[in-house]
Ligand binder design. Structure first.
Ligand code: V47
Length: 375
């Protein structure tokens, strides 16, 4: 019989038998249950969670810390939905709204000719007039300028609308988009799957069930994707766990998620500004528990423009192994919500230094986590 590892060393601050029992499961690669996850959220202190999450992180990814060279395109902030946490959406013609033409997009993309970017991340509002064929042409144009770029585009909420508007089923729509050049799908639009909270914070958004169906269908077509959670608003720990459980179940079935990205609710300029933001301790605890609970996700990503460089560095000791990319000041969603980085740009040298300063190994990756270069 195999001897179970006894992680006594991590019990300097906690003598709880239950925490010890859960820790033994985690270090022995056993999946923890929802109620055990709740126990961690409610009872475990930060150092304990960091140590456990770090064990999982190092079992999966060693010291490697991934990043890529990417830029964003946000084709429009005009949106039919009324998500209360969103600081970015505008109505048609409203002050502060934008809708890029295909020519505008071409001009953005042309700036990256002969530059070593590998990914464009396209995400925006759900525009009432734009269908799948509009966005398909956009992808084709982008690839005619940058033939080797990986197009990671459209949240499930945008996909749901554009595909229905074009009179197609989700499967037909995704097949068409793949033919146009879509390579993978970002994790946005997931918010919180719990239906009561979802109704409260984003009443008219694509349902949780539909979000999951779109990702499941994409995976079946070999279009891989990411998953997010929007945390730190009116949800409680059970809602976060329920959200991760639904993702863990789907990942068991498809293995199509590349990474999980916890997104901290930011409160500026939106209808939920009456809430305060959660603390950095809560951010780190949440990263760590995500790493521990989502045993079938290879990567946990900290999105640095959202939380800032310092917390990103800290997160690397709490289960995170990926910090997204160079960005090149091409996204407004988070700066408009009061995120740390108002003009997010990091050069490769800066990212490499940021990672090396934590004694981790910087690894430049492509979107699908193939290694491009170790630094
Ligand atoms: O779904 C919007 C979030 C998401 C706020 O796949 C907010 O690699 C906090 O999904 N406070 C879209 N969050 C962005 C997204 C994403 C980001 C980075 C990487 C990837 C990836 C995906 O942004 C939305 C929503 O959850 N968001 N407003 C806000 N006030």
């Amino acid at each position: 019989m195999q001897t179970q590892l006894q992680p006594n060393i991590i019990f300097t601050n906690s003598s709880s038998k239950e925490l010890k029992r859960i820790a033994e499961k985690v270090v022995n690669n056993m999946r923890i249950k929802e109620e055990e996850c709740l126990f961690l959220f409610e009872k475990a202190e930060l150092g304990f969670l960091g140590t456990l999450a770090n064990i999982v992180r190092e079992q999966k990814n060693g010291n490697n810390t991934y990043f890529n060279r990417n830029f964003h395109i946000e084709p429009t902030n005009i949106c039919i939905n009324h998500c209360k946490f969103c600081s970015y959406r505008r109505r048609v013609g409203q002050e502060g709204s934008w809708e890029y033409s295909i020519e505008d997009i071409e001009n953005i993309v042309k700036k990256y000719v002969n530059k070593p970017v590998t990914e464009v991340h396209i995400v925006g509002g759900v525009h009432p007039k734009r269908d799948l064929y509009y966005y398909g042409d956009m992808i084709k144009k982008i690839k005619s300028i940058l033939p080797n770029i990986h197009v990671k585009a459209f949240t499930a909420a945008e996909l749901d609308f554009m595909i229905k508007k074009s009179g197609l089923t989700i499967k037909q729509g995704l097949i068409k988009l793949k033919e146009f050049g879509l390579d993978s799908i970002p994790g946005g639009g997931a918010e919180i799957f719990d239906e009561t909270i979802r109704k409260e914070i984003c009443p008219d958004k694509t349902s949780s069930q539909q979000w999951l169906k779109i990702h499941e269908t994409a995976h079946s077509l070999n279009i891989l994707s990411n998953a997010t959670i929007l945390y730190g608003h009116i949800e409680n720990y059970s809602h976060r766990i329920n959200h991760m459980s639904r993702l863990r179940t789907l990942q068991d079935k498809t293995h199509g998620f590349n990474s999980f990205i916890p997104l901290k609710f930011r409160r500026e300029n939106n209808e939920m500004s009456y809430l305060s933001e959660v603390s950095v301790i809560e951010d780190l605890r949440n990263y760590a528990i995500s790493r521990i609970y989502l045993d079938n996700f290879n990567h946990i990503k900290a999105y640095w423009p959202m939380i800032g460089k310092d917390i990103t560095q800290l997160s690397l000791s709490f289960g995170v192994d990926d910090i997204d990319g160079t960005i090149d000041d091409t996204t407004k969603i988070y700066s408009m919500a009061g995120a740390q980085e108002q003009n997010p740009t990091l050069s490769v040298n800066e990212i490499v230094k940021l990672i090396k300063d934590t004694n981790r190994i910087p690894v430049e990756r492509d979107t699908l986590y193939n290694t491009i270069k170790k630094y």
